[in-house]
Structures are given as structure tokens and as C-alpha cells.
Design a protein around this ligand. Sequence first.
Ligand SMILES: [Cu+2]
Length: 151
Amino acid sequence: MKFGTIITAGAMLCLMACTPGSNSDGIVISNARIKTPLTGKTTTAGFFEITNHGTVQDALIGAESPIAETVEIHLTEMENGVMKMRRQESVILKPGQSLSFKPGSYHLMFFGTTLKPEQHDTALTLKFQNAPDVTIIAEITDGMGGAHQGH
Ligand SMILES: [Cu+2]
């Protein structure tokens, strides 16, 4: 019984730890996904989780992907009761800090997006102030409901 439990926990850990991309500086990115652009639109949003397992502060300073002409870092905030988003030059990652890029918070914005028919994933490269780039595979999905109204 106990053995089975341990195996299950190990398998779950693997699901979370074996797919993410990471670099030698201990920045780990997981659960990357990009919204399928709405029909006729070329702008969309992308999300992921990021953790700085390293011992020094770093910062996310940009992103790129073969599916988009440009990718920006955005932050959605409430301002006088209205949701607004602002482009961010960088996002600080303190040692040990985890950040969730998600609807209504930090997110990536893809402009000039073109997908091949039936394309289900794409490379996504994240750039850092100090650490080397990290390239991961992001899933392209529409199952994120209302993630980024206004685009
Ligand atoms: Cu945005």
C-alpha cells in the first residue's frame, strides 16, 4: 500500500518536473499555454508558471516565438474599477520566488500570430537579464475561457 502511494507521488512529480524547461541558473518554467487566437484575430495571450530556484535575483525581460511577430510582457491590473493592461519592460524574479502568468495578472501578449492549420504547440523562448534563454514547448489551446477579453 505504502509503496503504491510512493510510486504515485513519484509519477505526479515527474509530470510536473519532467516537462518544464529550465536553465543552469535554476529558472524553471512549466505549464506554458497559448490561447488560440479568435477567428480573424492575430493577437492572443499566453500563460505559464515560473520559479527562480537559483540563489540570485533575475528578471524576465522578453519572449519570442516562431508563431508571432512580437511577444510582449503585460500586466493586467484594476484601475478605478476598470481592467487595464500595461506592457512591462521586465518582471523581477527573486531567489525562491514563483510567479503565475495567468489571466487577469501577468501574461504574454502575442502580436502578428500565425498558426499552421491543426497546430497544437509551438516553441516559446523566454529571455532573462542574467540567466540564459529558456525555450519550452507551449500548448496552443482554447480551453482557457475568458482569459483575455478586449483582444
Ligand atoms: Cu495583454
